[in-house]
Design a protein around this ligand. Sequence first.
Ligand SMILES: C[S@@+](CC[C@H](N)C(=O)[O-])C[C@H]1O[C@@H](n2cnc3c(N)ncnc32)[C@H](O)[C@@H]1O
Length: 384
Amino acid sequence: MRSKLLADVLAKVLYEVEVRRASLDIAFKKVCRGSYVKGLDRREELYRTVRKFVSDYHKLMCCVERGVSYRGLARLWLEGRYVPPNAVHCTYSYPKWFVDELLKVLDLGELVEVLKAMNERVWWLRINTLLSSEEGVLRRLELEGVEYVVSKEVPYMVRVLSSRKPVRLLGVVKEFKAVPQDLSSAAVVEALKPSPDDHIVDLASAPGMKTSLIMMLCENRGRVVACDKSLRRLAVMKDLLRRFGVDLSRVTLVHTDSTYLTCRRFDKALVDAPCSNSGAIGKDPGIKISLTRGKVLRNASTQLKMVCSALRLAGYVTFSTCSILPDEGEFVISGLDLSGLRLLRPIDWVGSGYSVVDFYGSVMRLMPHKNLCEGFFIAVLTSK
Ligand SMILES: C[S@@+](CC[C@H](N)C(=O)[O-])C[C@H]1O[C@@H](n2cnc3c(N)ncnc32)[C@H](O)[C@@H]1O
């Protein structure tokens, strides 16, 4: 692709990400609809270039005055005419405030490992045992030339090392026998320990990735009330659950604000709360651009309300966020009155929380550089 045209694509994608708050994938799809490149390989190559450019945004911003146009930034990047100053946030391309916040909970060496890990994409697949056996899916992956490792801790989770085709185009993925889902997401449901006798409420359920895993682990015999504030996401969820082979007669979708729920009792509650998604930067580097301190604090306030709501509904609550920041993890838990509550660690292969709170050993954090997955916080609360 000619460099003028490429600069044009990069500038348009950056505009979609920064101004319209689109995810990288949505921005890429919108900008590169049809005409720019022909053929799957070329399109994938263009995607990788766009991803790297978006990921390098903060590095570039360390080198220019404010007010440079998106096209100007794209040309600068393509020509390599910039030398970032020697500061961690510039070298690894993150907002300065974000790096400063992480330095309060991690030493410099570990922080650099985390930042580097989140600049890479890691792919996990969940074998959907509602539609196929584990062996069946692994055989199909081998036939499609996929190199993988099966998780030691969660045998239905597979990390893709290399694939000839983009993961979304693999046969088993198109047939929903394998679902792109991160290991951290599976860890959340493992911590919930769903069983077929359980009646579970999922307070922030759409688009249903964790609800569908709950149903898979219960072999379609559990019962879930799945709530969400977004009608659009609930509609997507209904369709996904059906395609994943979930028995829809056992899942009730409820359109509601879950911050102030008080109703009947459930056995267990899951609060996979809305958050800044700062743990998922590896999946979408555009998050580095849309992330603000205000967004983190607003989400943290909603998370606290949702956990309080969940504690009114069930005696066993799993709270999770896809965030690497303590404000959306440890500090939410310290906002609770813990005197009548107990924190549990039902899975032993996930590390502890940040040691900025005295209960850090009783909560869990998946770290991108250690667990090779998204950054996630998990806490399990029961009443004493
Ligand atoms: C992290 S996503 C949930 C992902 C889902 N658990 C899954 O695994 O597919 C957070 C969800 O919370 C929903 N949400 C945000 N605020 C809410 C509220 N006050 N009440 C209920 N749902 C809310 C959003 O619409 C979004 O679908």
